[in-house]
Write a protein that binds this ligand. Sequence first.
Ligand code: ADP
Ligand code: ASP
Ligand code: MG
Length: 244
Amino acid sequence: MSIIVQKFGGTSVANKERLENVAKIIIDEYEKGNKVVAVVSAQSGVTDNLNFKASGISQNVSKRELDVLLSSGEQITISLLCMVLQNMGKKAISYTGWQLPIITNKNFSDASIEHIDTKKIIDRLEEGYIVVVAGFQGIDDEYNITTLGRGGSDTTAVVLSSFLNADKCEIYTDVDGVYTCDPNACNNAQKIDQISYDDMLDLINTGAKVLHNKCVEYAKKHNVVINVKSSLKKGSGSIVKNIE
Ligand code: ADP
Ligand code: ASP
Ligand code: MG
């Protein structure tokens, strides 16, 4: 029996239909006898909207309070996804970053994960639950809520895969893999089946936001193989791994 971490980004969880689609992907793995941990982002537009609300108060809001605000988007998604999974007859339970906890440094709005306590996740998996974890967030050693930087749910998934010693880390998004350039912006984009951590980091430096840079840096250091896939279209996606 394998542990599989599956991360779903904002467009993949944007509404009820998309959440049902994600639930089917999760249940598919669960029914093969695997233990599934889903990491989710805020629904598309939600984090931007929260940022907009804060900027309506001041251009200079406290970083601590901004993180309290921005982290709330993912809390909405974890509960909705669990409700959908439960509606489909499955045992599902959600955790925010502080509930586990996911411990980060104190760098508000760009924090790095230092430790994840996996006990609750492991216990629930043993009890047959699908576990749904809020991406993008954690707490520091004084219980302040922190966020990992825009796009940071990818990093939650990769770090969690490492702490759980997961057999697979799948990042589901709205394109079917990593391309030579943004497939939504350039006509001659070619899909890359396998890419090294360093080449992926170079691609991110040219603006490819398909993966969060910190997630690739962490994956390289801890040898986590990442499979980037589409939540909307079947296919093997792209593998980001160590290539000699
Ligand atoms: P998610 O919400 O699932 O985290 P993101 O919007 O962060 O998704 O990342 C996916 C987007 O990354 C795609 O819609 C695509 O437009 C963009 N992108 C930019 N460069 C690339 C690239 N080289 N390969 C694939 N996608 C890319
Ligand atoms: N919700 C956060 C963002 O929009 C984190 C993420 O999507 O990964 O940046
Ligand atoms: Mg993203």
